[in-house]
Design a protein around this ligand. Structure first.
Ligand SMILES: [Zn+2]
Length: 356
C-alpha cells in the first residue's frame, strides 16, 4: 500500500501527503497561529423513537463558508501561513478536519437511561483530490484518480485499526446545490463510533437474504442487473456500473466489483486500476448530462470482517432532475422516508448509456 508522507499542522492535527511517482511532496512548516484544538467534543444523542444516534456538532457553525478563491484553505500554501495544506504543491492530501463532527478516541460509551447520550468520538478527515483549485474528480488523469483510491484505501485500513471506530465512510459532496461550502475538489472521510443506520439496514437485509436463499444479497442483485442488462451503464471484466432497479434519486448509479470483496483494502492492483477507470467514466457521463456539472454525492460502502455479507460498492446520487430543477426531500421522503421518483430508472440508464 502507498506510504504517505506524514506531517503535523500547527494545532497538532495529522496531515498526510500521497504523491504520484517522481513528484515527491514538499511540505513546509505550518506557521499559522492556530488556537489549540477545542477539547470539547460533539455530542451523540440517542433517538429512542428510531433507535438511531444523532450527532450534535454545534462547533461546526463557525466553519469556513464559501471563501473567495484567493483565500481557499485547500489550495497549496507555500508560505505556511495561508492554507490548511502547508506545501509548495501536492497531488492528494488528507488531513484532520479543523471543524470535526466526530473527534477523539474512546468509542461509543453511552450514559443515561432516560435520555441517552455519548461523547462524539471518532474521526473526520478532509481529502483534497488535487492541488488544482478549479479541477474536479472527473477531470483527473487515470493515475491521479488511482492515487485518490489508494489514499481512500490507506485511510480505510488505518482508521479501522483504531480502537472505537466501527465504520469508515469515504464520500464526496460535489456542488453548491447540495451544500458544499468549499469549491476546491475534495471529499471527506468519517470514522464513526457506531454502525450507521443505512449500513445496519442493508446488512440486516443481507442476513435475511442469506437465510432465505443461501446467497449473498449484493452478489445476487448484481447478477440480476447483469442478466437484465437494461440498466447497465458500463461494464468491464472487473467492475459493473448500473442504475439500480429501485433507484430513489433522479440520477443514481451503483458501481460494484464483479468479484466479492468487503472493501477497497482487498482489491488487487488490476482491480484498483479498473475501479478508478470505471469511476471516472461514470463521473464524466454525469457531467455531460446537463449544461452545468452535475451536483452529486458519492458514497463508498465498505465493510469489515465483522460484516461477512457486506459487498464493497459505490452509490452515486444526484438531486438534479432536469436542467432547471432539483429534487427536494419533502414530506413523503423527509418525514416518512418513503421515496417518490419522477423518472423511471430505465430512462435514466438509457440517457447515461448514450453519454459514453
Ligand atoms: Zn483551492
Amino acid at each position: 500500500m502507498t506510504a504517505p508522507t506524514r506531517a503535523k499542522l500547527a494545532d497538532g492535527r495529522d496531515i498526510l501527503f500521497f504523491a504520484l511517482p517522481g513528484h515527491p511532496p514538499q511540505p513546509v512548516p505550518d506557521r499559522r497561529p492556530l488556537p489549540p484544538r477545542d477539547k470539547q467534543h460533539s455530542e451523540l444523542r440517542f433517538d429512542r423513537t428510531t433507535g438511531q444516534w444523532v450527532i450534535i456538532a454545534a462547533l461546526r457553525q463557525d466553519r469556513t463558508y464559501k471563501p473567495p478563491p484567493d483565500q481557499c484553505p485547500l489550495c497549496p500554501g507555500p508560505t505556511g501561513l495561508t492554507s490548511e495544506v502547508p506545501a509548495r504543491d501536492y497531488d492528494v492530501v488528507v488531513f484532520e478536519n479543523r471543524f470535526p463532527s466526530l473527534s477523539g478516541a474512546g468509542g461509543l460509551s453511552p450514559v443515561g437511561d432516560g435520555f441517552a447520550s455519548a461523547p462524539g468520538h471518532g474521526r473526520c478527515e478532509v481529502i483534497c483530490f488535487s492541488g488544482n483549485h478549479t479541477g474536479s474528480f472527473a477531470g483527473l488523469q487515470a493515475p491521479h484518480a488511482r492515487l485518490v483510491v489508494e489514499a481512500w484505501r490507506h485511510r480505510t485500513a488505518e482508521l479501522l485499526s483504531q480502537p472505537g471506530i466501527e465504520q469508515v465512510f469515504c464520500f464526496e459532496n460535489r456542488g453548491e446545490e447540495i451544500g458544499v461550502t468549499l469549491t476546491h475538489p475534495h471529499g471527506q472521510i468519517y470514522g464513526y463510533p457506531y454502525l450507521t443506520p443505512r449500513t445496519a439496514t442493508m446488512l440486516h437485509q443481507a442476513r435475511e437474504h442469506r437465510i432465505r436463499h443461501g446467497n449473498n444479497l449484493f452478489h445476487d442483485l448484481l447478477a440480476h442487473e447483469v442478466a437484465d442488462g437494461g440498466r447497465i451503464i458500463a461494464r468491464s471484466d472487473l467492475f459493473t456500473a448500473f442504475v439500480p432497479f429501485a433507484a430513489r434519486w433522479p440520477v443514481e448509479v451503483h458501481i460494484y466489483p464483479n468479484r466479492f470483496v468487503p472493501s477497497l483494502i482487498e482489491l488487487d492492483a488490476d482491480e484498483l486500476d479498473g475501479f478508478a477507470q470505471l469511476y471516472l467514466d461514470v463521473l464524466r457521463r454525469f457531467d455531460r448530462m446537463y449544461p452545468s456539472p452535475l451536483p452529486y454525492i458519492s458514497a463508498l460502502h465498505q465493510y469489515t470482517d465483522a460484516q461477512p455479507e457486506g459487498y464493497f460498492h459505490v452509490e452515486l446520487m444526484s438531486i438534479r432532475r432536469s436542467a432547471a430543477a432539483l429534487k427536494y426531500l419533502a414530506g413523503s421522503e423527509s418525514a416518512m422516508d418513503a421515496f417518490i421518483s419522477d423518472v423511471t430508472p430505465e430512462s435514466v440508464a438509457e440517457r447515461l448509456q448514450e453519454l459514453a
